[in-house]
Design a protein around this ligand. Sequence first.
Ligand code: MTE
Ligand code: LUZ
Ligand code: MOS
Length: 751
Amino acid sequence: MNSIRSRSDSVRDFVTGRAQFIDDIPLPAGAFHVALGLSEWAHATITSMDLSPVRQAPGVVCVLTAEDVPGNNRCSQLGDDPIFAEQIVEYNGQCLFAVIARSHAAAEHAAQLAVITATPLLSAISIDEATLQQNRLVDPLTVQRGDMSVHTKHQVQGSIHLGGQEHFYMEGQIAAALPEANGEMRIVASTQHPAEVQLLVAAMLGCDATDVIVQCPRLGGGFGGKETQATQIACIAGLAASITGNACKLRLSRHDDMVLTGKRHDMRAHYVVGFDRDGLVSTLRVDLHVRCGFSADLSVAVCTRALLHLDNAYYLPNISFTAHLWRTNTSSATAFRGFGAPQALLVVESALLHVARELQIDSVELRARNFYRSAPADQTPYGMTVTDNILQRITTELLHSSAYTERRRAIALMNAAQPAIKRGIAFCPVKFGISFTQTHLNQAGALVNIYTDGSIQVAHGGTEMGQGLNEKIAAIAARAFGVSSQRFRVAAADTSRVPNASPTAASVSSDLIGRAVENAIVKLRERLIRVAALHHEMPEELCTIEDDCLVAGNLHVPFDQLVRRAYEARVSLSATGYYTTPEIHFDNKAMQGQPFYYFVYGAAVSEVAVDVLTGESRVLRVDILQDVGHSLVPDIDRGQIEGGFMQGLGWLTTESVVWSETGRLLTDGPDTYKIPTSSDMPPTFNVQLAGWSTNKRDTVFLSKGIGEPPLLLAVSVHLAIREAIAAVNPAGALSLSAPASPEAVLHALSP
Ligand code: MTE
Ligand code: LUZ
Ligand code: MOS
């Protein structure tokens, strides 16, 4: 069979440049293009908006503002994200109006011609300003356990600043809207959450969800940046199409994408850690001060996941973790791979580094002493028992395969002899919780259709963004059915095929969707076997499907024939599947429960060289040992580990998000914002899957989610840079901020 498969075909298409993204899809002749007019004030009352120069510009069809929205002028379920700002603008870059024109260039040109006046209001750009103004988004979130007043022999404290991160997906935010002859509005969008786009486009148009169909063929990367914030783009394209009755496309320029949409949450963190002579941590207090931007978006969920990862791999008997969510006049910080957990990890690992330095204990030894162990040292601060910890074995194997101890010794000698270039080596373990912490999101549906030629279509509500979901789903479907993966075509996400899907996020998609697809396939398999058993007068227990055949005793019937027989016997060849994660529950107020179905574990050892004269650093070697349970598709998992690590490396070394004091984003293009390139890959990069690992939970073929956890491994690089700095200035190394830019490194080096 020669059907198109998901990844095998995508890979070829990516490499040859033939893969179609939304901007490549031909639109009906005469389609219009949309561009946005953005605020230049961080916080202001708009006093006048003269759009006549925009309307009169060549090629312009019309201009849209809040007044043109027939329904709800909101693009978030919480309701605090206007599609178009009304009287007040809340950040520099916020959308004020949209221009519809006959060409993309005409729309972009006209969008610059508005004459707007405004009266500035008091603004809070930085976390410090928001703190001074007590500009809280919500009350602080806290997780607490034990007694923080217990006496500890030693105590140290410190502060660290962690920067944000721009998603820099290759395909920027884009949506096309096509009014259908029957009155439906079809939206083709680069979104991780088609179902939410459907709901909010319908609310915006003042129609029902059944009147809107959202499709997502693929994304050229999402990384969390299209979990909620693709919705505004789709709403504006939908409004333009509804008002003009014509197909309309909105593709943001990279500049507009960067200033309009939110990024990873940056934070200022403070820790106080109490410990005994052996380095066993007894108390840990952490305060996270978080820049959330102008609206709530996913900030509460992000901060919740941050608090639930401040323990990382360690049993910390007495803790008090607080997140302060500050509202600022900047774009609304949003989901980004790891969802608060990477920030939390850097904070707790900084605290442990501090303890190791204070006691002069090797930091690997110190970490291992504090690992989760057997009861009662298997209790997380949020009341969940860690039952699947494999970090001891991962640590032992990785230290051995990376020759950590020998290299550490050699580096100490090298540093003593070398004044200008200092090396550092560091180990970092990662434990990452899998499941949405909003328990209700842990559900998925699927639709499996067998056609009478024996080919099979699998539809699900997830989106393919390069993480290889569709290839994994095809592999799961083939295994569950007992037929070859060549038979399957995994359909593009479409809200009219599988409704009410959760966002493709939290690394759970292969778990949830895989099980939903399996559930549908079990039904179809049973039906086919019943048909065969009746036909061949065999007991059902003796019939099975394997290797593309029905097998019953000595009988082998090709799958196509079996399907044909079932069709003639008038048996349905279509089934839906559904899955919800069992056992999990979480009380978001008390911050207690079992929010995660299981944990994914991994560890990295990274070695860096730091030029103490320029502050530049370079990663020389990285060794990773990563748990993926039973890998569904090892090549994909390896790609996720390498890619996730590199994305984390960028966050912690070269990527700086900088706003001016007046709230203008200064890093608004690739010239000022530096993501890693292929030349930043560590020259030695050893990635091993822990092939012996399994999943103690009943996940699909005992696999584990892998999309986000490897990003956290890059914390080892930040720790290694601090080890190198410590060879010059031990105290400065502790407070190195992230990213470890040359400026930050020089600052940490200076006494
Ligand atoms: N990999 C690629 N190539 N592109 C992406 O956009 N997103 C990441 C991760 N890996 C992403 C990626 C994020 S943020 C998540 S949550 C997961 O993929 C989502 O997909 P999954 O649930 O199938 O793992
Ligand atoms: N999105 C979300 C996420 O809504 N809830 C989560 O818990 C989550 N975790 C990771 C990434 N995205
Ligand atoms: Mo990923 S941050 O859950 O989209």
